[in-house]
Design a protein. Structure first.
Length: 379
């Protein structure tokens, strides 16, 4: 591994051998991390040694005294990258980072460059390919002189841009982002459009592909909507709703595919009590809760995934006793049914290390819908 003489700042990464690709996006939550996970798995089937780094992170957790970006931690947990986690996440933006930088930019600028370059040299050492994950759109980080476009240029990387599916809007947004990368002298080698309805994939591929061709950006792939990837598990739901467990906390990783509000008669709700369903109902609706218990049948997979009891109302003790003899997870919350339903509907669900069920779905989606040969032809 390269070691710079003491007191000298590295201004460029030394490792010139490894291929490196910078995964950018037109906005937050467009699918960068999903794309990185899928690409890591797909490239690992072709190259023995794959590295990963997220040079600048905004969502972080603390591990062994280090602030580490959540996505770096996620990828390391899933793929065991075998690189020190602090090198995979060299710069994290805490609550006062930007203010500290702006108070004295000259005192921080060189240190940030040095930290990113040293970390990149470490994660890419003896690697065949290194994936670099950006943060938001191309301009994010400009306030402290390290936008995504600037970091991609600093690391000598080629870029793919991930955008939400469609025709006009994603092409327009990719054009804006490409302009920033162009200004830094960074090559954009392709785009991936994400979250497209399966019946519109061909249409989007055709017309968005034509629009991107006018920009000189190849369309590498169109990814279909995968409901499972945006479906929260119960641990995420309980955190979002500030709820508490009443029954079945063993099922914290159960995935919620649909939400039903129990505002109808028990007879009318029976047809909605399907596997993967979260039932939201006040705790005094004994009739609906009994219908849910009946729907569970002999196996936990027969009925709904969970019940949320709203307004901190609990059922009659006898019904609580019946629930305790089932495997139905039950959560109690203070707010009303519609507020809870809105909170869940508006959740931003990011893949977490325990979401092992998502990884085969992501892997197959990238393999089936991204033209890896076209991507690799740029290197």
């Amino acid at each position: 591994m390269h070691q710079a003489p003491e007191g000298i700042l590295i201004t460029k990464p030394v490792n010139k051998v490894t291929k490196r690709i910078f995964v950018a996006a037109t906005r937050m939550n467009d699918g960068k991390t999903t794309t990185c996970l899928g690409l890591f798995e797909a490239l690992h089937a072709m190259y023995a040694r794959i590295g990963f780094i997220k040079p600048v992170g905004q969502r972080y957790l603390e591990i062994d005294g280090h602030l580490v970006d959540e996505d770096s931690f996620l990828l390391d947990q899933i793929f065991n990258v075998q690189v020190p986690i602090e090198s995979m996440s060299p710069v994290t933006i805490d609550a006062t980072f930007t203010r500290r930088y702006l108070e004295n930019p000259d005192a921080h600028r060189g240190a940030i460059v040095d930290r990113i370059c040293r970390a990149f040299d470490r994660v890419s050492w003896e690697k065949d390919f290194t994936i670099i994950e950006g943060t938001g759109h191309a301009g994010v980080g400009a306030v402290f002189d390290h936008s995504n476009a600037r970091v991609a240029q600093l690391l000598g990387a080629k870029v793919i841009i991930v955008a939400q599916g469609g025709i006009g809007r994603p092409v327009d947004e990719i054009a804006l982002n490409k302009a920033l990368f162009d200004r830094e002298g960074v090559e954009v080698i392709g785009a991936v459009l994400n979250k497209v309805e399966p019946n519109k994939i061909q249409l989007v591929s055709d017309y968005a592909g034509r629009g991107l061709k006018q920009l000189g950006v190849p369309l590498l792939g169109v990814l279909p909507v995968q409901k499972m990837l945006s479906a929260p598990n119960l641990s995420q739901v309980i955190e979002e709703t500030k709820g508490r467990w009443i029954n079945g906390d063993h099922a914290a990783n159960a995935r919620i595919l649909r939400v039903v509000i129990g505002a109808m008669t028990a007879k009318g709700i029976v047809d909605y009590l399907l596997p993967g369903t979260l039932l939201i109902t006040p705790g005094d609706r004994d009739d609906i809760i009994l219908a849910a218990i009946a729907s569970a049948g002999a196996r936990s997979t027969d009925g709904i995934s969970a019940i949320i009891l709203t307004r901190d109302l609990l059922p009659h003790p006898k019904i609580l006793e019946l629930l305790a003899h089932t495997e139905i997870p039950v959560i109690a919350t203070k707010e009303d049914s519609y507020t809870i339903a809105s909170r869940i509907h508006n959740m931003t669900v990011k893949t977490q290390p325990q979401d092992r069920d998502k990884i085969p779905v992501i892997k197959k989606m990238i393999q089936d819908h991204v033209n890896l040969d076209l991507l690799l032809s740029a290197f």
